[in-house]
Design a binder for this molecule. Structure first.
Ligand code: AMP
Ligand code: GLY
Length: 426
């Protein structure tokens, strides 16, 4: 099979690394990829906003499967155009990607189909006064979310009325996230611990991958601003077999059915971000793609043929035997540029990447190959994932941090407590 993988982050490096292991793979193109993916396939710059150029490329190179990594092209309808041109694609159509692209839609869907989630209200810009009067009468903390895409930064946890009003003003009056914050979802603050579960689905049937836990805040102890994710581990003991069964029965199955029933058949990776309290899951968000950095810990602990799984899902007949959990444990630490998720500098040389101990893979994210040097080129620069042959999370954590000590670049920052949450039961 010839495969085109769209994206340039750590998630895409991990996908490329796993797809490369498939016997079915012929040629792999990564669009645009990063320094890490360049040794697994051919990096290619192609304007994915120009959907026709992607179609032309697929035709010219006999592409058998396009895998779309990030949410933006999916929400923008790239999968639709590929399907209309009879090109196989892993990833939902635009009307299904709305499950991530429009939080007010996904909240209404969950309400309609009794899928457990936080209580909420939705306000449009024109309802400003009504929104403020609602905020005067609720208890705090409360959570305010931009309904549209905001690169993981559109959520504010407000501790009092002033903070809440301030955030609403920024969204409605100062257009903080442009059109993405023209509609706000205000929801109940949920306590508990978060987990991420990926369901690979063909629209009807599905395969669950091992549950992971992300660390979204920038600093140790879950302090500081939200980021795309500073590290993850899998599997997480937070999701026991019993909890996983509830997630499957109360969230995954009803959501796949609901989407089909709404005429928005969902094919691709359905990412459920969940809050677990006393063994009960509630949905915090859905994403229409694999998570980053969760993918960097989930893929190393599955055996089998990922390409076969994704291809069969894209063809509407998922091969449920294609992959299985291999009993291992993985911890991944993200190394970021000082300043991230705010502004940061780029272009620093990264050293030590070839010096990884056994059982560790370094996944590139914001990196760039210039001559024979690898330079920083983004906020989240890279992630090291350890893989140990047991369920010992502590051992996996130590190995990941040991590996990270070999890597250096100016302004490198990271959290030191990734996976410690595994010790706190919800
Ligand atoms: P989201 O982009 O919706 O996943 O939100 C980003 C982060 O904000 C989540 O990972 C949670 O840590 C936090 N968050 C979102 N919604 C809630 C909620 N209802 N209660 C508590 N925390 C939340
Ligand atoms: N790690 C969070 C996300 O991928 O949205």
């Amino acid at each position: 099979m010839n495969v085109a993988l769209i994206g340039s982050g750590g998630r895409e490096h991990a996908l490329a690394y796993k797809i490369k292991q498939s016997d079915k793979l012929d040629k792999l193109f990564i669009v645009p990829g990063n320094a890490g993916t360049s040794v697994l396939g051919e990096n290619l710059s192609l304007d994915t906003n120009n959907k026709e150029s992607v179609v032309d490329f697929c035709r010219e190179h006999d592409i058998d499967l396009v895998i779309v990594g990030p949410e933006i092209p999916l929400v923008d309808g790239l999968a639709d155009v590929l399907r209309e041109n009879n090109i196989n694609v892993f990833g939902p159509n635009k009307n299904a990607a709305m499950i991530e692209g429009d939080k007010s839609f996904s909240k209404d869907l969950m309400k309609k189909y009794n899928i457990p989630t936080a209580e909420y209200k939705t306000y449009e810009k024109k309802d400003y006064l009504e929104c403020i009067s609602y905020l005067e009468n609720i208890s705090y903390p409360t959570v305010i979310k931009a309904s549209g895409l905001a690169a993981g930064k559109g959520v504010a946890i407000c501790n009092d009325m002033n903070e809440a009003k301030n955030y609403v003003d920024q969204c409605f009056k100062d257009n903080l996230f442009g059109e993405s914050s023209d509609v706000l979802v205000i929801e109940e603050f949920l306590e508990g611990q978060e987990a991420s579960v990926f369901a690979i689905t063909d629209g009807e049937d599905y395969v669950l991958l091992p549950p992971a836990q992300d660390h979204k805040r920038r600093f140790d102890g879950d302090k500081g601003p939200n980021t795309g994710g500073m590290g993850a581990y899998a599997p997480t003991p937070l999701v026991t077999d019993e909890v996983l069964k509830r997630i499957e029965e109360e969230v995954i199955i009803p959501t796949i059915k609901a989407m089909k029933n709404e005429g928005r058949e969902y094919s691709g990776c359905l990412y459920a971000g969940l809050m677990i309290k006393d063994g009960k899951p509630k949905v915090v968000e859905f994403n229409c793609r694999f998570g980053d950095p969760e993918t960097q810990v989930v893929l190393p602990i599955i055996d089998g043929d990922l390409l076969e799984l994704l291809y069969s899902a894209s063809k509407g007949k998922i091969n449920k035997e294609a992959v299985s959990y291999n009993g291992k444990t993985s911890v991944c630490i993200v190394a970021a540029s000082d300043g991230y998720p705010g502004s940061y500098k780029k272009g620093f040389e990264i050293t030590g990447l070839n010096n990884m101990p056994n059982g560790v893979v370094a996944f590139h994210a914001g990196t760039k190959l210039v001559g024979n040097k690898i330079l920083t080129n983004g906020g989240r620069v890279l992630a090291v994932s350890s893989i140990v042959n047991s369920s010992d999370i502590k051992e996996a954590k130590e190995l990941a941090y040991k590996a990270l000590k070999n890597i250096h670049f100016e302004g490198m920052v990271y959290r030191t407590d990734i996976s410690d949450k595994a010790n706190i039961l919800s």
